[in-house]
Each structure stands twice: as structure tokens, then as C-alpha cells.
Ligand binder design. Structure first.
Ligand code: MN
Length: 480
């Protein structure tokens, strides 16, 4: 197969987490399990009803725009995107065409074209047994953000990284839960391949319900298009779906151009002059932004954390927030304690939390069963030398089972490190007696013999002896 350069652009939809829907006061509740309860004449498209813009949804898209460093619109309007489908009772979707709320911006070095606001459709369920299709209008009219990137992505991995970074950003902003399995975030990828600087014919892939599926679909499509061109064929502009069982894409429909949608400004909605509303001013929106993932990573790195641990804390919100509260509980900590805490949380604790899966990328969502207070005490016991690092790891396992004061557990399980010279002396003396030959080797100048004796000392104290103290005591005992 010849080598082609793949070019990928992405279109990502995300349901916004607002109290009510985009153009009416029906509840926006993704957890509602009963169908058709969060509905009203507006989102059911009864004739004569009028939409009203949800300010919270506008604000959230603008906040996303600020976080991406995009340009916020001064003038904006909503348009009708006309098409027929049973999940779209009005016969059009209210969206934005010429005047999106946000233009430009970047994330993960990927240039953003635009971010606009629209409404979600209802959801339909097909019953394969009865052949019936049921429509649930709870989702009809839920605020939906659509983000489009420039075609500047060149690998499946880069596409996946971008999607994950956007998901994380939306969660940090509280704009969307962005859960892909639940359809709160939906990713489409446009892929073309070419051998020169001109872009090839692009194919759009839909039905991607995880980042892994997206990466596989992009890889598959790059291979399919390259092989097609190699064999003298041409790529057809179309929409393809992803079949996860077969691990391949399949034709869904020939792609319609935007002209088919007959976009025009919605006459039922006012156009907006955003600069007239002070709450939408850039400086006011900036005040509503939390610390963003990239800022969090640099904060950790500036405190001496490894980039890998810093990224893990920024992308794994449960773990990162736990680390932050442990550090706050410890108070004014030295760089050493900061790093030790990070190490115990990013490695030991994370490994225990992930033990049911071998996947390092698995997100930790379960609550951590240890309080920050008790974890901070564990760190203190380690830094004070009361626990060896082995003892600390054992203690952590016990703490996961009962969120109890680590001092109590350590006492109960005999995990404290013994640093008392008086307490260790009998063990030292019996080790020397039992290893006369090694002891005389050491006296004769064989340094390595000392480490053997310390090892025996650890054994004799069932691992509780502080190795530093044992070493010091062996030296002084053997000099007598
Ligand atoms: Mn859309």
C-alpha cells in the first residue's frame, strides 16, 4: 500500500448541563428514566408555540469559547435547519449557521473553526421484535453545543487526544457531563487521504460511542481509502457508520450538502447583540472560569511533580481532587512531602482503585474510601519514620477496607517501624551470635557483610526494624 497523508476534522456535539431546555422551561434531566415526562407544547412543536432563548446555555457556550481562546460573537442569531425525521417534530432544528457564538480558538494544538448552540432532537428506540419505533421527547430541545475543528488532525491518536481533552474541559467548566456512552457527547470524524497538498474527498463517520471506537474507525477508514485509491478507485463523499462487532465502517447515506437544509434565520427568535449584556462581557465570563486542565498541570509541575503524575491528576478528577485535599490537610508542605503524597496517590492508591482492570487509562470514578484526613496521617507517619515504605503500602491496603485512623490500624497490625535502639538490641545481638563468621568478615573489612546482617536483622524483627537504625547499631556493636 502506498503512503497517503490522512487529514481529519472533527465535529463534536455535547449536551449542556442546564436546569431547563434550550427554548422552553421543560426540565433538562438526562437521568429521567420515564419517557415523555419532561415535555411541553414548545418542545413537542405544537403549532402556535414560541421559543425563548435559555441564557444559561448561551453563557456556557461563551465560557467554552473563552477557555478555548476563541473569538466571541458580538452579533449572533439562530437559524432553522430544515429536515424531516420522526425525532424532530418541528421539521427543523433550531441551530446557528452564519453567526456562531464562538469562532476560532485552539485546544491541544488543534485549531477550532467554530462553536455554536442548537437544540437536541428527541430519541427514538427501535424494537427489533415488534418492529415498532418509539419516540421519547424528553431529549427534544435539550441545549446542544456543536464544535467543529479545522481539518488539521493527522492521526487517529491525535483525534482521540483532542476528543479526550475537550471532554475534560467541558467537565471542568461544568458545561456538560460529556459521557459518550450516554450520548451526552457525540463525536463525528471527517477523514480524507491524499498524496499531495490537496485535500482528498472526505468521508464522515458517525455512531462513535467511545474514543477507542473513534480511533479504530479512523484507522480503518485511512486503510480503506488508501487501498481504494491504490487499486485505481475513487473515494465517494458519504456518511459511514462504525460497526464495533465487525470493526469496520459501512455506508449509511450519501452526504447532503448544507444547501439541502435551506438554513434561514428563525423569525420566532430575536437576534442578539451580546455586547449589550454585561454578563456576557469577556472580563465577566473570565471570572467564572475555574482552573483549567492545562493550568492545573503546570501548577503541579511547578511544585516538582513529574509531568506524568501531573497529567494523571488533571485528567482524573477524582484522584486529582483527592490529592489537592490531602495537600491542604497536610498544611504548609515541603516539596518532598508534596512529592511523596503525589507518589502514594498516583501509584499505590491508583493501582488499588484500578485493580479490577488492567487498563491504565481507566478513569477512576468510584469514590475513594479513605478520608483526606486519614491519608494525610499516613503521609505524616511515613515522613516521621514511624513507618517503612513497605509498612506504608501494607497500611494503605488495610485503610482501603476500613477508613480508620492509620495509627490505630498500624498498632493493631504491628506495622510500626521499630526505631528504638533498646528494643532492637536483643535482635542485633542474636543475629551476631548466629552469624559469627559473617561478623568477623565485616570486622576484617568486608563491607558487604554488613548488608547481610541488616537483612537478617529485618528478618528477626519481622520487617518492623528501621533498616537505618539497624545498620547504625550493627556498626557500633561490631566495633565493640
Ligand atoms: Mn449539529
Amino acid at each position: 500500500m502506498s503512503t497517503y497523508t490522512p487529514t481529519i476534522g472533527m465535529e463534536i456535539h455535547a449536551e449542556l448541563k442546564t436546569r431547563t431546555k434550550m427554548f422552553c422551561s421543560s426540565k433538562n434531566d438526562g437521568n429521567e428514566i420515564h419517557p415523555n415526562v419532561n415535555v411541553c407544547p414548545v418542545c413537542l412543536a405544537h403549532p402556535g408555540t414560541l421559543p425563548v432563548i435559555n441564557k444559561e446555555a448561551v453563557r456556557n457556550v461563551l465560557r467554552v469559547g473563552v477557555a478555548l481562546g476563541g473569538k466571541l460573537a458580538d452579533y449572533t442569531e439562530f437559524d432553522r435547519k430544515n429536515y424531516f425525521y420522526p425525532d424532530l417534530p418541528k421539521g427543523y432544528q433550531i441551530s446557528q449557521f452564519e453567526f456562531p457564538l464562538v469562532s476560532g480558538g485552539t485546544l491541544n494544538d488543534v485549531a477550532i473553526t467554530r462553536v455554536h448552540l442548537e437544540e437536541d432532537t428527541a430519541s427514538s428506540m427501535h424494537d427489533e421484535v415488534t418492529g415498532e419505533t418509539l419516540v421519547d421527547y424528553n431529549r427534544s430541545g435539550v441545549p446542544l453545543m456543536e464544535l467543529v475543528t479545522e481539518p488539521v488532525i493527522h492521526s487517529a491518536k491525535q483525534a482521540g487526544d483532542f476528543g479526550r481533552a475537550l471532554q475534560l474541559l467541558l467537565r471542568y467548566l461544568g458545561a456538560s457531563d460529556a459521557n459518550m456512552e450516554r450520548g451526552q457527547m457525540r463525536v463525528e470524524a471527517n477523514i480524507s487521504v491524499s498524496r499531495d497538498n490537496n485535500l482528498g474527498t472526505k468521508v464522515e463517520i458517525k455512531n462513535l460511542n467511545s474514543f477507542r471506537a473513534m480511533e479504530r474507525a479512523v484507522e480503518y477508514e485511512i486503510r480503506r481509502q488508501s487501498a481504494l485509491l491504490d487499486s485505481g478507485g475513487t473515494v465517494v463523499q458519504e456518511t459511514r457508520g462504525w460497526n464495533d462487532a465487525k470493526q469496520e465502517t459501512f455506508v449509511q447515506r450519501i452526504k447532503e450538502g448544507s444547501a439541502d437544509y435551506r438554513y434561514f434565520p428563525d423569525p420566532d427568535l430575536p437576534s442578539l447583540k451580546l455586547s449589550e449584556l454585561s454578563e456576557f462581557a469577556l472580563s465577566n465570563l473570565e471570572l467564572t472560569l475555574p482552573e483549567l486542565p492545562a493550568q492545573r498541570v503546570s501548577r503541579y509541575v511547578s511544585h516538582g511533580l513529574k509531568l506524568e503524575d501531573a497529567q494523571q491528576f488533571a485528567s482524573n478528577i477524582v484522584l486529582g481532587n483527592f490529592f489537592d485535599s490531602v495537600v491542604v490537610t497536610l498544611g504548609d508542605v515541603s516539596a518532598e512531602i508534596f512529592k511523596l503524597s503525589a507518589n502514594y496517590i498516583a501509584n499505590d492508591l491508583a493501582n488499588i482503585l484500578r485493580r479490577d482492570t488492567s487498563d491504565r487509562d481507566t478513569e477512576i470514578q468510584a469514590e475513594i474510601p479513605i478520608s483526606a484526613d486519614n491519608f494525610a496521617k499516613l503521609i505524616r507517619l511515613l515522613t516521621e519514620g514511624q513507618l517503612s515504605s513497605r509498612g506504608g503500602k501494607d497500611l494503605l491496603v488495610h485503610m482501603m477496607e476500613s477508613n480508620t485512623d492509620p495509627e490505630i490500624i498500624a498498632k493493631e497490625k504491628g506495622l510500626f517501624q521499630n526505631s528504638s535502639e533498646e528494643g532492637l538490641l536483643p535482635a542485633i545481638q542474636s543475629v551476631i551470635k548466629a552469624n559469627e563468621k559473617v561478623a568477623s568478615d565485616y570486622r576484617a573489612g568486608k563491607e558487604a557483610a554488613l548488608m547481610f546482617l541488616v537483612g537478617q536483622g529485618m528478618k528477626a524483627t519481622k520487617g518492623s526494624g528501621n533498616p537505618e537504625v539497624l545498620k547504625k547499631m550493627f556498626i557500633s556493636e561490631l566495633q565493640k
